[in-house]
Write a protein that binds this ligand. Structure first.
Ligand code: SDX
Length: 486
């Protein structure tokens, strides 16, 4: 048999095209979908329609087109963004093209916030105006201060922060699209910029108010002659010292670096909430309250607080193996480890580790760091964690720094949300200015009961109530001194 020479062999391989072809085996129909930026539009799949299969539930909506099911957005993008890029496999993070390590070393938090929101590093005059505007929008309305003052002294500071921003929307009616019209931010950059500087300026004041409630002290008026983080520490700690009091500049600098590291992280749970809520065109104060509520959770921004509770519970280096066994038996969670995107160490946690040494020099070494190092080293040698790509994330070390600086445990998430407000605002602005804002309204796949007719109460049978299908017993506080039981 003649063997074709290499030159005579014609390639049977089709020239690669930047598309995918999907064949619906229910109908034999195929569609070719364009790939853009390594992604495809989920709406393309709605072209694939089929008749109901024999006995199929009509609730499957099969003839109306195929849906994509992706609970928790494991592999679904809700936005195209120019703000932040993360390479989770390489442990790489950049904002508007600048690597986080360079920003942490060379930038300041307010400069990074400007970069996130406006897309470029500010010139000297832009930076001066930006700083001036923010530091002259730090006051919180007196009525709002009085409202917040009424909260319980032991309120979790995140509850105070969320409440303050939700209420703050009532103090800017001129900035409320529900009152002034849908397009107020589209045609009025000055109005949008004013809310941006107001929210950034007041974020630290509200945070300090939440702290002052916890220690039952009067609120300290902000100062415009201090840096962003100096002013936060001043409002938190100033008591009877003369007004010349200033926080330790080394700690203000450490906090500024931590703020840079926490400023943005693309579509995390809380920033997605900001964009989702913002898509309804509600005012930005309400959006920040909603996003802050998402960050409050222990799986998200509440993790830095949970890490310290975990390390305290472990107590000593000797107890690390027992704790890790409990984690592997899924009886415990290793807070500060793991990440939806990073399959390598979170680059922020590497920088934070250096900031920790800076802070320990000033405040003394935090004893729990020995447990944290032993726990991290043991986990990174254990196949259970390495096989699941579980590495320290940004929250693993930050709590130790905050603890060394003497912040109360439940204040830690506030130190995360304050800087993250700039990331929220950057994504909110990007969404409104994209010209493509549509209200976010995810699809669902209904797997509940099919259509059925109403049953009058006298015809209903008694059911044994479990947690799922009815109102179970609700515990009540009944005073022992009460004559009759409820
Ligand atoms: C932040 O999204 C962001 O960018 C967030 C953030 C930001 O800047 O905005 O980076 C800030 O929130 C950092 C994450 C802080 N949270 C924690 O440290 C809480 C502990 N971490 C986990 O809850 C968890 O890792 C998440 C929530 C962070 C990520 O969870 P995923 O992506 O949903 O992963 P998963 O739950 O599907 O876990 C995969 C496997 C599971 O085991 P198997 O079912 O395969 O047996 O890994 C296990 C999980 O049980 N696992 C953990 C674990 N994290 C995941 N097991 C023990 N301890 C952990 N921390």
């Amino acid at each position: 048999m003649a063997i074709a020479s290499a030159s005579s062999v014609t390639s049977s391989v089709v020239k690669p095209r930047n598309t995918i072809t999907v064949v619906d085996n229910r109908t034999g129909k195929s569609i070719e979908i364009e790939i853009t930026n390594n992604s495809i539009p989920a709406t393309a799949f709605s072209q694939l329609k089929a008749p109901y299969a024999d006995g199929e539930r009509t609730e499957n909506d099969t003839p109306y087109g195929l849906r994509i099911l992706d609970p928790s957005f494991i592999n679904t993008a809700m936005i195209q963004s120019e703000i932040t890029y993360i390479d989770g496999n390489k442990g790489f993070l950049m904002h508007r093209g600048y690597p986080i390590e360079q920003l942490a070393e060379k930038s300041s938090y307010l400069e990074t916030a400007y970069l996130l929101i406006y897309g470029e590093l500010p010139s000297k005059s832009q930076s001066d105006l930006w700083t001036w505007e923010i530091m002259h929008h730090t006051f919180v309305a007196d009525d709002l201060q009085q409202m917040i003052r009424q909260m319980r002294y032991d309120s979790h500071p995140m509850s105070v922060f969320i409440s303050a921003f939700a209420a703050m929307s009532a103090f800017a009616p001129e900035a409320n699209p529900s009152l002034q019209g849908n397009d107020i931010y589209i045609n009025n950059k000055g109005l949008m910029n004013k809310q941006i500087v107001r929210i950034l300026g007041k974020a630290t004041t509200v945070a300090a108010m939440a702290y002052r409630i916890r220690i039952n002290r009067p609120f300290t008026p902000p100062r415009s002659d201090l840096s962003y983080t100096e002013n936060l520490l001043y409002m938190m700690d100033h008591m009877a010292e003369p007004n010349s009091y200033r926080p330790d500049p080394r700690l203000a600098k450490a906090l500024d670096i931590l703020f840079i590291l926490h400023a943005d992280h693309e579509m995390n749970c809380s920033t997605a909430a900001m964009v989702h809520v913002g898509s309804s065109l509600v005012d930005p104060y309400s959006c920040v309250a909603a996003a802050s509520a998402a960050l409050y959770g222990p799986l998200h921004g509440g993790a830095n607080e949970a890490v310290i509770r975990m390390l305290t519970k472990i107590g000593s280096v000797e107890n690390v193996p027992v704790f890790l066994d409990a984690v592997k038996q899924k009886k415990e969670l290793l807070f500060g480890f793991g990440h939806r995107v990073y399959r390598e160490t979170d680059p922020r946690s590497k920088v934070i580790r250096e900031v920790a040494d800076m802070v320990f020099e000033v405040c003394g070494r935090e004893p729990l760091i020995e447990v944290a190092i032993a726990l991290k080293d043991a986990a990174l040698k254990d196949e259970y964690f390495t096989s699941r790509k579980l590495f320290p994330n940004v929250d693993y070390w930050s709590g130790l720094i905050y603890k060394a600086m003497g912040f109360p445990l439940d204040f830690f998430p506030v130190l995360f949300v304050v800087p993250r407000v700039s990331g929220y605002l950057a994504h909110w602005k990007q969404q409104l200015e994209s010209g493509k804002n549509k209200i976010s309204r995810p699809r669902q796949v209904y797997v509940g009961k099919s259509r059925r007719d109403y049953i009058p109460v006298e015809a209903r049978v008694e059911r044994t109530i479990t947690g799922q299908n009815g109102l179970t017993e609700i515990p009540h506080y009944i005073s022992k001194r009460r004559l009759t039981k409820i």
